[in-house]
Design a protein around this ligand. Structure first.
Ligand SMILES: C[S@@+](CC[C@H](N)C(=O)[O-])C[C@H]1O[C@@H](n2cnc3c(N)ncnc32)[C@H](O)[C@@H]1O
Length: 265
């Protein structure tokens, strides 16, 4: 891994009491748009679900679904059968609430599960994940599990926070350490996915799109009806994020790959 914090993968308690406290999630949701906590919100999710290119009725797994935005879209707009998992209780509580508000109760399966413990085999036509694997140290184990869970010819698509090859500034190292992130470069993702057995792998550096989304989100922050201190804190966070991406240290990766039609166990 090009830049990893030392601890094992971030546990539920760390997520729920820190970055994904109930209050923080609601703040992020205001910036990214209802039911989303990842760059580009709804528009980006639609673009990426289209890229998954699944027929109506296909079965898809949303890994690290957060408060449900992509999973709900997959059901409502694309008529897919969705299993959505996340490790954070706070995320899932809010996802259940948003699911009910969208009139989708019972139509999307939401479950508390660590993606490193997915044990399903040959079950999914597609696996989709948005900005989750930065939390996962054991990436080889992760991609072995996802490969196993896909049906032959099934497609994996994810975006993730990535890093350059280094060296890194002290500021950047501190950011990674505070968040307990485990970042790799876009080309490391390409190699990891190929090693796991995926074919037709395309790992693209889409940092320019990340900067465009983040700049639009920064403008949104200025329009929100929120406490001035919260606005200042969010503005600082987003400006730092844009600066890290502009400096080249932080990258954004979009990765797709397909499980071959025939695999030998
Ligand atoms: C940046 S949020 C993105 C949420 C959602 N994918 C979206 O696009 O709105 C990252 C999510 O990954 C989840 N997560 C982190 N580690 C996980 C793990 N080991 N297994 C499942 N989910 C995990 C977090 O709880 C959080 O909901």
């Amino acid at each position: 891994m090009a830049l990893a914090h030392n601890n094992a993968s971030t546990g539920k308690a760390f997520l729920d009491s820190g970055q994904y406290s109930h209050e923080s999630i609601l703040k992020y949701e205001q910036v990214y748009g209802r039911t989303f906590v990842s760059p580009g919100g709804r528009g980006c999710a639609i673009e990426l679900i289209e890229k998954l290119d699944l027929k109506p009725g296909s079965r898809v797994l949303d890994v690290g679904c957060g408060i449900g935005g992509s999973a709900f879209l997959m059901k409502q707009k694309f008529n897919l059968e969705v299993d959505a998992i996340d490790l954070s209780d706070n995320m899932l509580d809010l996802a259940e609430m948003r699911l009910a508000e969208a009139g989708l109760t019972g139509q999307v399966s939401l479950a508390n599960k660590n993606c490193l413990e997915i044990a399903t085999k040959d079950a999914y036509d597609g696996i989709y994940s948005r900005d989750v694997f930065l939390h996962i140290k054991e990436k080889k184990q992760l991609f072995a599990r996802l490969f196993h869970a896909l049906k032959p010819s099934g497609k994996l698509l994810f975006t993730d926070y990535c890093c350059a090859e280094g060296p890194f500034s002290e500021d950047f190292k501190q950011y990674i350490s505070q968040r307990n992130y485990h970042l790799c470069s876009v080309s490391e993702y390409q190699a990891l996915i190929e090693e796991a057995g995926f074919k037709g792998v395309e790992a693209a550096d889409v940092t320019k799109q990340f900067i465009d989304f983040s700049e639009a989100e920064l403008k949104t922050i200025q329009t929100l009806d929120i406490d001035q201190n919260v606005r200042e804190e969010l503005t600082k966070d987003w400006q730092r994020k844009i600066d890290r991406a502009r400096s080249g240290a932080q990258r954004w990766g979009r990765v797709v790959g397909r499980k071959p039609a025939e695999t030998i166990d």
